[in-house]
Design a protein around this ligand. Structure first.
Ligand code: FAD
Ligand code: NAD
Length: 465
C-alpha cells in the first residue's frame, strides 16, 4: 500500500471541504483532499446549483405559458411553449460539469493534491483512501471531516423506482403528470413549485400545520398564496403512510386523522437530511457527538486534537455558505492564523416563488431571549420596481432592539429577494442601527428601497406607506 504524508487531509469535496482545501493550499499548507464523487459535493452536483437551474427553466416556461394563455397583463402574446425536460436536464448537467471542472482547476491552482476515493480513518492521524481496488495510506497532521449529509428516507415510502429523493427529482427526463411531494420544507417547495410550473399536478403533504415551519407565518403567507395560484394542493397536518402501485399509477396513502389516497406518477420524499457519519470509520475514533452530528467548538475543532469537522456533518443550518465559511476558517487555523466563528450571521434563503430571506432574529426569537424589540415593515405593493415586474407580493421587515435600535434581524419575502440577502447580512455584521439603514440612499426604482422604508417605518417616519 502506498503511503503519503501531509499537513492537512480534507475528507469530502463539498462546499465545506473544497473551500477548506483551496484556502489551505493558498496559505502554503501541504493539503490533500479525498472524495469518491466529483468535486463540489451535494451542493454542486445534486443540490443548490442543479435545483436552481431547474427552477429557472421552470419559471421561464411558466412565464411563456402564462403569456400564451393570455394571463399576462403586459400586452404580449405568444404561441404556447413546449418543454423537453431531457434537454433541460442536459443543460443543467452541463452547468454542473463546468463547475466540477472549475473546482478541480482551483484545487490544482492552489497546489492541493486530489485523491479520488472513499476515505476511512484507521486512527486519529491515519486515513486509508480506497478507489478501484487500490488503497493509499495518508498520514496527516490535521484531518477535516467534511462528509456532508444525505436524504432521510421514510420506511413507508422507501426510495426506488418512482419514489425519488431530490437527487432523483433533479434527473427526471419527463415531467410527471401527477407529483406527490412529501415534506413542505426547502426541497419539497422549491422542487414542487418548479414541477407545478412545468405542468405537473402537484400535491404537497406536510406533517406540520404550516409549510416551511421554520419560518414565521407572515413570511410564508405570500408563498402559500402563490402555491394556490399555481394549482398546487397543500395538505397540512398530514403524514404519508404508504403506497400501492396500481399499475396505472401510484396510490399514496396519507392521513390527517382520516385516511385518504392521492394518485401519483412520481413521489418526491423531502423530509430532511441527515449527517454522513457512518462511511468514514468513526468507530476508530472517540469523537463526541451532538445528537446525530459531530460536535465541534467555535473553531470547528472536535474533541480529538488535530481533527476538525465542518459543514452539514456538524449540524444546522445545513447550508452551503455555512460549510464554506467554516472551511475557510479551519484552513486559516491550520495555517496558524487566529480565527474564531464569533457571532457570524448566516442568511437563509428559500428559493420558492416568491423567495424568502431570513437573517438574524425574528421578533419571536428576540422575545424568547427577553429582548424588547421594535419592528418596521414595507410592503412591495407600494414599491414602484415591484409593480413594473407585475409581481408586487411580499414585504421586508426589520427587527431592532427597542433600547438602542441595533438591528437584530431582517426578513423578507418577494420575487428575486435572494439578491438582497447580502445587504441584510452586511447590515447585521456591521452592527447597523435603524437610522444607518433608513439614511442609506437606495437606488430608485429597486426593491432594495423596501429595506430603507422598513427601517423608516420602525422609526415612525415611513414615507411611502
Ligand atoms: P456535501 O456537499 O454533502 O459534501 C460532502 C462530500 O463528502 C460529498 O462529495 C461526499 O461524496 C463526500 N464524502 C462522504 N463520505 C466520504 C468519505 N468516506 N470519503 C470521501 N468523501 C466522502 N444549501 C444552500 O445554502 N443553498 C441552496 O440553495 C441549497 N439548495 C439545496 C438543494 C438541494 C436539492 C439539496 C439536497 C441541498 C441544498 N442545499 C442548499 C444544502 C447544501 O447542498 C449543503 O448544505 C452543502 O452541500 C453542505 O456542504 P458540505 O461540504 O458539508 O457537504
Ligand atoms: P426540511 O427540513 O427543510 O423540510 C422537511 C419537511 O418535511 C418539514 O417541513 C417537516 O415538517 C416535513 N416532514 C417530516 N417528516 C414528514 C412526514 N413523515 N410526512 C410529511 N412531512 C414530513 O428538509 P428538506 O426540504 O428535505 O431539505 C433538507 C435540508 O437541505 C434543509 O434543511 C436545508 O438545510 C437544505 N436545503 C437548503 C436549501 C436552500 O438553502 N434554499 C434548499 C434545499 C435544501
Amino acid at each position: 500500500m502506498k503511503e503519503i504524508n501531509c499537513q492537512l487531509l480534507v475528507i469530502g469535496s463539498g462546499p465545506g471541504g473544497y473551500v477548506c482545501a483551496i484556502r489551505a493550499g493558498q496559505l502554503g499548507v501541504d493539503t490533500i483532499i479525498a472524495d469518491a464523487a466529483p468535486a463540489g459535493g451535494t451542493c454542486l452536483n445534486v443540490g443548490c446549483i442543479p435545483s436552481k437551474a431547474l427552477i429557472h427553466a421552470a419559471q421561464e416556461f411558466h412565464n411563456l405559458l402564462a403569456i400564451a394563455q393570455g394571463e399576462s397583463p403586459l400586452g404580449i402574446t405568444a404561441a404556447p411553449p413546449s418543454i423537453d425536460l431531457s434537454g433541460t436536464v442536459d443543460w443543467k448537467d452541463s452547468i454542473v460539469k463546468r463547475l466540477n471542472q472549475g473546482v478541480g482547476s482551483l484545487l490544482k491552482k492552489s497546489g492541493v493534491t486530489v485523491l479520488p476515493g472513499e476515505a476511512r480513518f484507521v486512527d486519529g492521524k491515519t486515513v486509508v483512501v480506497r478507489a478501484g481496488g487500490q488503497e493509499q495510506k495518508v498520514h496527516a497532521d490535521n484531518v477535516v471531516i467534511a462528509t456532508g449529509s444525505e436524504p432521510v428516507a421514510l420506511s413507508a415510502l422507501p426510495f426506488g423506482g418512482r419514489v425519488v429523493s431530490s437527487t432523483g427529482a433533479l434527473a427526471l427526463r419527463e415531467v410527471p403528470g401527477r407529483l406527490v411531494v412529501v415534506g413542505a420544507g426547502y426541497i419539497g417547495l422549491e422542487l414542487g413549485t418548479a414541477y407545478a410550473m412545468l405542468g405537473s399536478r402537484v400535491t404537497v403533504v406536510e406533517a406540520s400545520q404550516q409549510i416551511l415551519p421554520q419560518y414565521d407565518a407572515a413570511l410564508v403567507q405570500p408563498v402559500m398564496n402563490r402555491l394556490k395560484t399555481l394549482g398546487i394542493t397543500v395538505m397540512l397536518d398530514t403524514t404519508a403512510l404508504g403506497m400501492n402501485d396500481s399499475g396505472t399509477g401510484l396510490r399514496v396513502q396519507v392521513s390527517d386523522g382520516a385516511p385518504q389516497e392521492v394518485l401519483a406518477d412520481c413521489v418526491l420524499v423531502a423530509v430532511g437530511r441527515r449527517p454522513n457519519t457512518e462511511s468514514w470509520g468513526r468507530e476508530e475514533l472517540v469523537l463526541d457527538m451532538n445528537g446525530p452530528f459531530v460536535q465541534v467548538d467555535g473553531q470547528c475543532k472536535t474533541n480529538m486534537r488535530g481533527i476538525y469537522a465542518i459543514g452539514d456533518v456538524t449540524g444546522e443550518p445545513m447550508l452551503a455558505h455555512r460549510a464554506m465559511a467554516q472551511g475557510e476558517m479551519v484552513a486559516e487555523l491550520v495555517a496558524g492564523q487566529k480565527r474564531n466563528w464569533g457571532s457570524r450571521v448566516i442568511p437563509a434563503v428559500c428559493f420558492t416563488d416568491p423567495e424568502i430571506v431570513s437573517v438574524g432574529l425574528s421578533e419571536k426569537q428576540a422575545a424568547e431571549q427577553s429582548i424588547q424589540t421594535v419592528s418596521g415593515q414595507f410592503s412591495f405593493r407600494a414599491n414602484g420596481r415591484a409593480m413594473t415586474t407585475a409581481r408586487n407580493d411580499g414585504f421586508v421587515r426589520v427587527v431592532a432592539r427597542a433600547d438602542n435600535q441595533l438591528v437584530l434581524g431582517i426578513h423578507a419575502v418577494g420575487v428575486g429577494i435572494s439578491e438582497l440577502s447580502s445587504a441584510f447580512s452586511l447590515a447585521l455584521e456591521m452592527g447597523a442601527r435603524l437610522d444607518d439603514i433608513a439614511d442609506t440612499i437606495a437606488a430608485h426604482p429597486t426593491r432594495s428601497e423596501g429595506l430603507a422604508e422598513a427601517a423608516m417605518h420602525a422609526l415612525g417616519r415611513a414615507l411611502h406607506q
